[in-house]
Design a protein around this ligand. Sequence first.
Ligand code: ADP
Ligand code: MG
Length: 374
Amino acid sequence: MILLSLRLINKTFIVERGEVHAVCDVSLDIEEGEFFTLLGPSGCGKSTTLRCIAGLETPTSGEISLGGGLVYSSARGSVVPVYQRDIGMVFQSYAIWPHMNVFENVAYPLKYGSSNRMKKEEIRQRVSDSLSLVHLEGMENRSATLLSGGQQQRVALARALVRNPKLLLLDEPLSNLDAKLREEMRTELCELVHRLGITAVYVTHDQLEALVMSDRIAVMHEGRLVQIANSHDIYNRPVNAFVAGFIGATNFLDGRFKRDSNKGTCGVTETPIGTLFCSAGAEFNDGQVVKIALRPETIQVEDSKDKVPSSPGKTMNVFEGDIEILDFHGDSLVIRVRVGEELIQVKTDPDQQLHVGQHVYLVVSQDHCQAVPF
Ligand SMILES: Nc1ncnc2c1ncn2[C@@H]1O[C@H](COP(=O)(O)OP(=O)(O)O)[C@@H](O)[C@H]1O
Ligand SMILES: [Mg+2]
């Protein structure tokens, strides 16, 4: 069942120099229980979209429904205020009140957020339950200023969950934590969201975070949604060069597409390093200018011609060149191979015996040569 829908949401800010179109025609449907991520570079409109869902920002136009009811409609001129939306929210900055203790911070939405007053004992119980969800049981009386960054973030999460909202909105909640804690919290947060059966809309600019945590990812660019898919497809089937380049490392080659009449979405592409058999994430016309995206870890390196498939073609591409740069990363070896005018990055096994200057053969399957719109 769909819990949240956005229809043609636009948000324009009036600034001194004119207008900023922060969100352009964003439409999406999020299923109940889904962990949904808005991913994109800084300034692409993620926070503004999330704030429109929360009711902290009023869109310029469009429609938002939550749990089957309209919470915003420009056409009908209706806006449901923040506190009447069944939502909990966590910000990057934590937004913990420093003059309050942990209990008062977490209880805040119960005391001031809802229209019907709750009994003291129920508030106490709800706060206690919420704190145990984030592993801060018994910390009620601790002063907020004495908490570590990680604990403050947990308090913020407990506060967001205290009203048992249907929808949890998280805006870069882990960005201020150090790398190790961020990784731990990533797993814990995901587990908690799924265990509670809550629906989450998560905002991040961190592609790895998005790939690891999400059921589905919406990639945003300059206010628009460019692709909505699961992590696997976002990574392996990017719809354009922006998505391919933003998520993970990618080699790009300029190409001209030629359709393979027997295979719907496959073709060959003329590139600066020769003709490549490729697959296409979109419909291309014969002769259309495209980019070929090649992931470094999908390219196999062989040091002798004997190890290369004897009759490449259709499913395998082979090209040769000399290793120019070699970097040991511990868990991998990252090399750059000069093939004609191009420098191709390859990520390979750290135990492979390779050296700078070596002549090598690069093998990559057709499936891993993705033609994407220019
Ligand atoms: N209150 C505001 N007033 C003017 N411009 C804003 C405001 N909030 C956001 N913007 C602009 O809208 C665009 C999108 O911002 P934002 O949604 O915060 O991006 P993100 O969260 O993806 O980094 C940016 O260009 C930003 O400068
Ligand atoms: Mg933001």
